[in-house]
Write a protein that binds this ligand. Structure first.
Ligand code: 3SL
Length: 235
């Protein structure tokens, strides 16, 4: 039986061998939720960057550029990291490519490229992620983007939710990390949104008046879409 493991922070990735496995990269607040939303809104593809300058330079190739540092839109970019940037119609996004860099999410993506397949997970597309991992039938690791190397509640809860969806076909009990995430997920029921109010990043976003983003990102199964890494881009 294949296993589902959870890496609580990109800093722990050197302890995981991703080769031959599926990596599900997750940054619930907000990078991976925004990436799912962008593709659903008609963005053709997304190129993730770790560094601001390389991302900004993509404007010359016709890309929309999106950047966040410490929760705020970085200066000189078209978009920040709010999913509503792709929904509010202020900037037409349909048919455009987007170059994006965020504090933790895009870094976690780049650090996961040793895996056989790299996909983007969010609560919004949880069912699509579960279906893909099931179809692949190989070991999978949820890579939590965390916050500047630290553990966070929301990405871990996604790992617990995915483990619950896959428990019939995957070993979700051999890894203490997966067990802990499952326990946390149970603890967060029946009201994920209220449970997450204690999360450090939710408090950070609320201080930035991004509580609308938080409520949006904790919705389950709203998008039947799976961003997958192919040749340097997410499609
Ligand atoms: O760290 C990240 O990648 C971001 O998702 C953080 S924020 O929600 O945009 O502040």
């Amino acid at each position: 039986m294949p296993s589902l493991d959870i890496c609580f922070s990109p800093e722990l990735l050197p302890l995981y061998d991703l080769r031959g496995k599926v990596a599900v990269v997750v940054d619930i607040l907000r990078a991976t939720s925004s990436i799912v939303t962008a593709l659903a809104a008609g963005v053709t593809h997304i190129v993730p960057f770790s560094e601001l300058e390389a991302c900004r330079a993509m404007a010359a190739q016709g890309y929309l550029t999106a950047a966040e540092r410490d929760g705020q839109q970085a200066e000189g970019f078209d978009l920040g990291n709010s999913p509503f940037g792709y929904l509010d119609g202020v900037l037409p996004v349909r048919g455009r490519g987007v170059a994006i860099t965020t504090t933790n999410g895009t870094r976690a993506l780049h650090l996961s490229l040793a895996a056989d397949a790299v996909v983007v997970g969010a609560f919004l597309n949880l069912a699509a992620v579960a279906q893909f991992v099931r179809q692949q039938g190989k070991d999978a690791v949820v890579v939590c983007a965390g916050w500047k190397g630290m553990f966070n509640l929301e990405d871990t809860l996604f790992g617990g939710a995915l483990a619950q969806r896959l428990e019939a076909e995957f070993d979700t009990t051999s890894s203490d990390a997966t067990l802990a995430a499952r326990h946390l997920w149970q603890q967060a029921q029946p009201d994920l949104s209220t449970y997450l109010l204690q999360s450090a990043h939710v408090r950070r976003l609320n201080n930035l008046e991004a509580n609308k983003d938080f409520e949006y990102c904790v919705q389950l199964d709203t998008h039947d879409l799976l961003p997958i890494w192919r040749e340097g881009r997410l499609i």
